[in-house]
Design a binder for this molecule. Structure first.
Ligand SMILES: [Cu+2]
Length: 244
């Protein structure tokens, strides 16, 4: 319980449902809740029918040697219980597919693009200005954050240098595989400042558990200052020389 409560505070790795902060995270959340509701209705219906049969037709209230009505080969029933699940499963498939189309297609209206590259064991984030943020695998806090500006549509382009990894920040977007030699896409748009946690979701080797992720959304001025710091850290020569 304590773990559950403390996990809530971390923002991201939530024990039950994440609080979505990006529209695609919200879309996946809605899909999950929608399918769960349907599944719960089916579950309750089936269990209720089962209980009704068990109680209503229990042996102790039937005459000795009682044989229940035989419905084997009932064409109408056979068709009904084939068609009904088919309709439900197809509805879930279409519903999920439409959502996945929105979340994982390479968008073209982005305001910035970041190339997310997985390796054994860590993540590199390459920005359009050439800055690369290294989020090296690390089991202890603090994890180097992947910084993004708020109110900005960020296209994410995933790749990997060695084996398949999977970038997953539940509050932000669905699991996206980072595959060597092949680019996958997702995106994010976060409208409030904060940090959200995630992890590599594809078993990728001995250091898999260390591939923690933190997405940090910052308001524009704070983001600019953060980016300037990343830039100067990457190229020490860019800092003002003592002679000036
Ligand atoms: Cu990994």
């Amino acid at each position: 319980m304590l773990f559950m409560l403390s996990a809530c505070d971390l923002g991201g790795v939530h024990p039950i449902f994440p609080d979505p902060v990006s529209p695609n995270g919200q879309g996946i959340y809605n899909t999950y809740v929608g399918i769960s509701l349907l599944a719960i209705i089916v579950f309750v219906g089936v269990e209720a029918a089962l209980l009704w049969v068990v109680i209503r037709y229990r042996r102790s209230v039937q005459p000795a040697g009682y044989v229940p009505p035989q419905v084997h080969g009932h064409t109408g029933l056979e068709i009904a219980w084939t068609i009904a699940p088919l309709i439900i499963v197809l509805a879930i498939a279409v519903y999920s597919f439409v959502e996945l189309q929105k979340d994982f297609l390479p968008i073209s209206n982005q305001q910035m693009t970041v190339i997310v590259s997985g390796h054994q064991f860590g993540w590199d984030y390459q920005y359009e200005n050439g800055v690369v943020v290294h989020q090296e695998g690390n089991l202890a806090a603090p994890v180097v954050p992947f910084g993004v500006p708020t109110h900005t549509l960020v296209k994410l382009q995933f790749r990997a240098v060695d084996v398949i990894h999977s970038w997953w920040v539940p509050a932000v977007s669905g699991k996206t595989d980072a595959v060597p030699g092949y680019d996958n896409f997702s995106w994010l748009k976060i409208d409030k400042a904060g940090q959200w946690r995630g992890e590599c979701a594809e078993l990728c080797g001995a250091g898999h558990a260390s591939m923690q992720i933190i997405v940090q959304a910052m308001d524009r001025s704070e983001y600019d200052a953060w980016m300037a710091k990343q830039k100067s850290a990457a190229s020490p020569s860019a800092s003002p020389s003592p002679s000036k």
